[in-house]
Design a binder for this molecule. Sequence first.
Ligand code: AP5
Length: 215
Amino acid sequence: MNLVLLGPPGAGKGTQAEILRDRLSLEHLSTGDILRSEMKKETELGKKAKEYVESGKLVPDKIIVGMIAERLANISPDKKGFLLDGFPRTVAQAEELDKILDDMGKKLDAVLYLRVSWEVVKERLTGRLICRGCGAIYHKKNKPPKKDMVCDICGEELYQRSDDNEIVIKNRFDVYNEQTAPLIEYYKERSLLKEINSEVSAEDTYTQIISVLGL
Ligand code: AP5
């Protein structure tokens, strides 16, 4: 099964991806995670991306498309498909994805659109904590770790993303509305869009996803 997770920052794309990846044995490709890892390693790509990511702007399409094409071509045959999280994010990226998949003889099965309001986004992202070791996602109130700032799973330290401050969160939300929201119509026209109410708990969001996928 080949899926796209679409939705504003803080919609719960990463949270649902963690569950779906394991349940459906999918390759999880998060453009945000890949960019942050390249930034941490200070690679050429990471250096180019840093200014965009830290201000909440989109990294240019050309950089992103090349990065994702390479990873799609290298998915392990053991996986039962892929899960794109944070890609595509512009109509141009979606058109490029269509071409890449055509060339590979693959297609998308569904685009899961996680719908949330600005108020929910702000509350979720200002409280988000992430593990430096395994990348597990927590929230100060909604999903606190058992021990303060320590990952329940691997014991590494938790941190707040540098783009999770109120000014950058607002920029990211505005950029989403201007450049990414048109994808809702793009995928509706192709009969791939499945709308999910993501303002409920992570468990209830997951239940809706399983239901729309007919699993
Ligand atoms: P990226 O890392 O993709 O960030 P994002 O899209 O802004 O999404 P987030 O990771 O912030 O949110 P999420 O929806 O995954 O929410 P999460 O599950 O963590 O991108 C970062 C940057 O990289 C971009 O700004 C851009 O610069 C660049 N970039 C990336 N892709 C790009 C592309 N394709 N093109 C160009 N540039 C690109 O949940 C958030 C919090 O809420 C957590 O604390 C979680 O515990 C909590 N939570 C989740 N679900 C629930 C729930 N149902 N109930 C209660 N709490 C919940």
